[in-house]
Write a protein that binds this ligand. Structure first.
Ligand SMILES: [Zn+2]
Ligand SMILES: [Zn+2]
Length: 549
């Protein structure tokens, strides 16, 4: 892979292009690199026992002396989620607006790095330098406060990196998008725009946060029992809307779920969620009539450990569901989570609750731009090159076609790892390594590393562990012992266990004077063959040899 020349302005996504999630965007100019966003992703079944993914930043570590900092567009997990996990490896200064900085500090606190990290708090709309990069934050509305697109100026061309956005005329807790700034950069000249593709297949405006209030107020007014509403904790505007709808119906509001408590604290500390009634504690909910309370809960994606799932299972410490209560899912049903969520919806219906979701009622608006909003953005910013990101291949492909249709002279369809030259002759000039690391407790595990590979095999077919004790001539000193976790029930099949142990003892009759490696190889082969013959599967086989002097 060739390194970019000093005068090349290069864009390199290491995550978020060909997927919705885990955004990591690198820009190069004059021998230096800057990172915009450092997100986490949700793990799939290639990572058993793992919930979150962090990006593989081998490319960054190899060139770390040329990296000048990390700029964060907004506080969503898919944009800042890896700041904590990867802090120690990177140790780069970070730049974020006040609300985003609060969320990052919390992440750093969790990995005990808060005091060592350098977070530069910049204001929405401000212009500042990171190394040679001249940056300007431009506020655009989204489903979290303080989303900022980033205008990156260099002597060879300007890039506008939009981040996640929509044009919301009534965004509730924040001013509307900074159209003046967008128009101004369009006039100044934008070489390339790197832009959100999530909702390219929707052709109507995504809808306004402010327009939800009358819908939610009316829906809540029609309910007679307790009302539970779940949404993403980071959607501060939605929490504000839900609180106002509750106040209009004379309902007190309680919160349940750690991330809701944290985010509402950060929001209040940075000047949001003003003018709403104080929350009551979830312990106080039963002190009020059922039609005078509303509970905001975590768990809108069916997460196993979230408050809403504890409520539906009946193991929440304070909140009990009763027939005729109402549950409102004020959130998107994220593709991939449908099965999990349908089960939760059905479980609530079995408990005789009313359930409302984005499929049945107006209880949610998206935070991403439809094709109508994308067209408006292209009209304002007028880039020479469109580079769609934040989408799967289908989204990116459709977004390129849209950009062409609205008159953008050039579109570049990219994937993670593509090194894209923007100035001179624009196009893909190379390929960098990218990938995923499973966040496994305090460790980061590569997809095809020893730990995840064995764990996948264990999940599929269990393990046989063989323990033998030998003297220095490799003569057995006692009967072999086996354990069969995940293969058979040893209590119910003692004869099978004895049979395998005896077969190993027979094999050892012919291994006198053999070394450990040879013995391990032979036992493994024999046990695999026996298990395949008897049970029709091949488990992981581990052999422990103890030697007596
Ligand atoms: Zn995003
Ligand atoms: Zn976002």
């Amino acid at each position: 892979m060739r390194k970019p020349n000093k005068d090349e302005l290069v864009f390199l996504p290491l995550g978020g292009s060909n997927e919705i999630g885990m955004n990591v965007n690198l820009y190069h100019y004059n021998g230096k690199w800057i990172i915009i966003d450092l997100g986490a992703g949700f793990a799939d079944n290639k990572f058993p026992g793992v919930d979150m993914l962090a990006p593989d930043l081998s490319f960054v570590y190899e060139n770390i002396k040329d990296f000048v900092g990390i700029v964060l567009t907004h506080g969503h997990e898919d944009h800042i989620g890896a700041c904590g996990y990867l802090f120690d490896q990177l140790q780069l200064p970070m730049y974020a607006t006040p609300f985003t900085a609060e969320i990052i500090k919390n992440k750093l606190d969790q990995v005990k790095a808060k005091d060592r990290a350098k977070i530069n708090v910049v204001q929405p709309g401000s212009r500042f330098k990171v190394g040679d990069f001249d940056l300007q934050m431009i506020h655009i509305t989204h489903s979290i406060p303080e989303m900022n697109g980033i205008m990156l100026r260099t002597p060879v061309g300007n890039v506008f990196h939009t981040g996640d956005w929509k044009f919301d005329p009534h965004p509730v807790v924040l001013p509307t998008s900074d159209f003046d700034a967008l128009e101004a950069i369009g006039k100044e000249g934008v070489l390339a725009m790197v832009c959100d593709s999530t909702n390219v297949f929707n052709d109507r405006y995504s809808g306004s946060e402010g327009d939800l209030l009358p819908h939610l107020t009316k829906l809540i007014s029609e309910q007679r029992g307790k009302v539970y509403v779940t949404t993403f904790a980071s959607n501060v505007a939605r929490i504000d809307t839900i609180c106002r709808a509750a106040m209009a119906n004379k309902r007190k509001v309680a919160l349940t779920g750690l991330s809701l408590h944290k985010i509402t604290d950060f929001a209040k500390n940075t000047g949001y969620l003003k003018d709403i009634d104080p929350f009551i504690s979830d312990k106080e909910v039963d002190n009020y009539p059922r039609d005078r309370v509303l509970v905001i809960c975590t768990g809108c994606q069916g997460e196993e450990r979230a408050a809403l799932q504890k409520i539906v299972r009946g193991d929440h410490p304070t909140l009990k569901i009763t027939p005729k209560d109402t549950v409102i899912f004020s959130s998107k049903i994220i593709p991939g989570n449908e099965k999990k969520l349908n089960k939760v919806f059905n479980d609530f219906v079995h408990l005789k609750c009313e359930v409302f979701t984005e499929k049945t009622s107006t209880v949610h608006v998206s935070g991403h731009p439809s094709s109508a909003e994308l067209s408006k953005m292209y009209e304002l910013v007028k880039p020479q090159i469109a580079i769609p990101v934040h989408g799967e291949a289908m989204h990116i492909h459709a977004h390129c076609k849209l950009a062409k249709k609205v008159g953008v002279p050039q579109q570049i369809e990219i994937q993670n790892g593509n090194m894209v030259r923007l100035n001179g002759e624009p196009g893909i000039i190379g390929q960098a390594k990218f990938g995923y690391l499973g966040v496994d407790g305090y460790m980061l595990q590569p997809e095809n590393g020893a730990v995840m590979s064995v764990r996948r095999k264990l999940r599929e077919s269990g393990a046989i562990v063989v323990s033998i004790v030998l003297d220095k001539n490799s003569v057995l000193q006692c009967a072999p012992n086996i354990r069969c976790p995940g293969v058979i029930d040893e209590q119910e099949n003692p004869a099978f266990v004895t049979y395998i142990e005896e077969e190993i003892a027979d094999l050892m009759e012919h291994q006198k004077k053999q070394g450990n490696d040879e013995i391990i190889k032979k036992i493994r082969k024999k046990v695999k063959m026996l298990i395949e013959h008897e049970l029709g599967k091949i488990p992981v086989v581990e052999i422990l040899i103890s030697r007596l002097n």
